[in-house]
Design a protein around this ligand. Structure first.
Ligand SMILES: NC(=O)c1ccc[n+]([C@@H]2O[C@H](COP(=O)([O-])OP(=O)(O)OC[C@H]3O[C@@H](n4cnc5c(N)ncnc54)[C@H](O)[C@@H]3O)[C@@H](O)[C@H]2O)c1
Length: 322
């Protein structure tokens, strides 16, 4: 019961990682968890088991987390000990609305930074993204890797990180920035703006060829969402992390093609893969150096890629039955 009696706010709590975090915080004894989500991609059903299991301990605010006044009202009502910032619009949104994809990340960081400066709550755990680094200049990539954002989403994330780092320096605020690498697992969005794992499962299940852009040899560091959640919980309660920036990944570099092929194997799909032209601004290489997080909390990503993908497929194949 690591969060016994704690009141928490989770922005983006109806999303993929946010929904798992909400479940975990409630299971760990949080007295209240308030979700601030505008349901841009988030879904009510993500929160349905938490609602069923924990009733009024879960509050849902359909608000823009970048709207200072709206978030202030939530914080006044909830008096959180800790705010977890996960709200964002997915990377691919950069191609539909470049300023919007950037602005949302900076606006939210600004609103939460200001509210922390005004002492309306005690601590911010801010989720950034490995995308702020752009393509690896050296591998593995530690937290000092230059910020070379390749999309407006990533530029907005990097701006948010720098803004919050400046707030730590100017006002000595308790902010920890976590940079997850590529997450996958149950409940990841398979609709518009979907990432490779849910997209591949969806297509294979529909009997369609999975799609790879470019040669598929671009790499990512994939981490199972349950490992990410466990690490976030541990880091959130660890002492002495004010102002720290921490990578969260597996430390393993995997070509996207391997992900698609492994999913095909698990789903017994023997058809061919459809290759489409490479996506502009696609990161070519990503692999996390997780030395810092490991030294604080031990092994960060105990779930192997094969096991994580198997659990993800299992969930995907049965999700509509529950
Ligand atoms: N999924 C990954 O692989 C990955 C990798 C690195 C970093 N991250 C970071 O982790 C966090 C969670 O990612 P995710 O994969 O769960 O994303 P997601 O898109 O599933 O969830 C984001 C949630 O934020 C909500 N949202 C969007 N704009 C909002 C706004 N203005 N106000 C309130 N809510 C808003 C969406 O409706 C959605 O529910 C994000 O900050 C993301 O940048 C994710």
């Amino acid at each position: 019961m690591r969060f016994k009696g704690k009141s928490c706010v989770v922005t983006g709590g109806a999303g993929f990682i946010g929904g798992h975090l909400v479940d975990a915080l409630l299971a760990e004894g949080a007295s209240r968890v308030a979700v601030v989500d505008n349901f841009f991609l988030g879904k009510e059903e993500t929160l349905s088991s938490a609602k069923l299991g924990y009733g009024d301990k879960l509050r849902i605010y359909r608000e823009n987390a970048g709207d200072y006044s709206a978030v202030r009202a939530v914080i006044n009502a909830e008096q959180p000990d800790i705010v977890f910032n996960l709200a964002t619009k997915a990377l691919l949104y950069s191609f539909f609305n470049p300023p919007g994809a950037c602005k949302v990340n900076l606006d939210i960081a600004l609103a939460l930074g200001e509210l922390l400066r005004e002492e309306t709550y005690g601590k911010l755990v801010h989720l950034s993204s490995s995308e702020v680094y752009g393509t690896a200049q050296s591998v593995p990539m530690d937290e000092y890797h230059p910020l070379l954002a390749e999309t407006s989403y990533a530029a907005g994330k990097a701006a948010g990180d720098l803004l919050l780092a400046s707030y730590v320096k100017m006002f000595d605020l308790d902010i920890t920035t976590i940079r997850p690498f590529n997450n996958y697992g149950p409940r990841q969005n398979d609709g518009q703006l979907a990432a490779v794992v849910p997209l591949t499962m969806k297509r294979v299940l529909a009997g369609e060829a999975p799609v790879l852009s470019g040669d598929g040899l671009q790499t990512r560091d994939f981490i199972f969402v349950c490992d990410t959640i466990e690490a976030i919980l541990k880091l959130a309660i660890a002492d002495g992390l004010k102002g720290r920036v921490l990578n969260l990944g597996s430390g393993r570099e995997t070509p996207i093609k391997t992900i698609v092929e492994t999913l095909c194997q698990i789903m017994s799909f023997s058809g061919s893969i459809q290759y489409v032209p490479e996506r502009k601004a696609d990161v070519i290489r990503h692999c996390a150096d997780v030395t810092q997080a490991t030294s604080l909390i031990g092994e960060v990503a105990p779930t192997s890629l094969e096991e994580g993908l198997r659990q993800t497929v299992e969930w995907y194949l049965t999700k509509d039955e529950t």
